[in-house]
Design a protein around this ligand. Sequence first.
Ligand code: SF4
Length: 427
Amino acid sequence: MVSNTEKINLPVLQNWDCHVCGTCCKEYLVRLSDDEVEKIKSQNWDVNQDLGGYQPFRKTGLLRNKINLNHRPDGSCVFLGENNLCKIHGKFGLDAKPLPCQVFPYVLIPTGKEWSVGVRYACPSAAKNLGNSVLKQRDLIVDFKDKLIEREKFTITLAENKVKPMLSCSQETSWEIIFALRNKLSELVRNGKHDVAHSLRCCIALSNELKSTNLSKLDINQVIEFLDIFGKVSTSEVPVDAFAVPSPNWVGRVLFRQISALFTRKDHGPNRGIANKGRIALLKAAIQFAKGAGKVPKLNVWISDTTFEDIESRRCELDEESNELLRRYYLVKIESLQFFGASNFGIPFWEGLNILLLTFPIIIWTSLAQSSQDSMVDKIQRAISLVDDHFGFNKILGGLRQRYGFNILAQRNETEKLIAWYSRPCI
Ligand code: SF4
């Protein structure tokens, strides 16, 4: 049995408390374990008096064998009460809720014999950094981890450390090397002397150097030394001026728009876009995004009346607050290792890192698509929440077709070009 004392790495920069906005209870389907179904049944909810006439559960899946919490037609969970308060929590306390409801927005990631804790910026309070330091919630998070081990029966796999991390599809490595890479990437983002986009381009430069190196042949001290040297050499060659990086080519732009469409879609809840108009509307939107001309389809409620041409003509010079928000977002993702392996559809390290870095131009593009009346930091925060809602959770993004697209962008240096393009200041 894995003990309570095993190391757990918390995101030191992050604050969070629930501010009862109800977003998670309106947007997500909560899958239940058999025990959770029984627990809710034993709470004896009255369908008419307590749940407005809706059944508590909904079956999903091809075989109708998966049980979720039921939702009302407006997308909200049937247990969501007045003032966005959960009825289960109100009547029976936190422990009585299904585990996914308790854990959100934390993501618990098994990293060898340790655990890392990521945070989903899909939660607006997490994106805004509201509440107490996550460090103060250590005991609660350790409790979640133990419950998760029990619910998902992780014990044997973790204790024996059978799951080896992968650097690429063909290169297995050790957790020690993964931690050394994480520390170096985090250092590049944390200590960057220029804007966050430059720090992310430094991460790409380092990863380009290291992808062809077999780190597993070195001992851990040699790896750390190697990373120090290569970190300095590769990043010293990264131009500070975003105009010095070539513009993305048409392949990069087409793939980028298609990927952006997936990352900015809202298909559930009150902020959903044209998904409520059916599949034909979504198909037309996909064609429009591939063309990249004319009106931008409203894939979520925040996309304003704008055109693809209009967005490309605008520039987003990040103010200090927006820059620091983005820096915190990437630090939390990198330090928690929430971009590869178990928490990102089993995708290997380098591939997962490329997808994470690609979210930067998507976030900027999405903020440029919003109404110009809102403040920059509000638009960036909303864009991060939209994009992070999909990151590591939208199964389409973990599919072979999309991964092929991400890899083309990485191999042709289009990820770097897109980051530079969307961080170019006005001239
Ligand atoms: S059970 Fe409670 S916390 Fe979970 S989704 Fe429903 S209302 Fe929200």
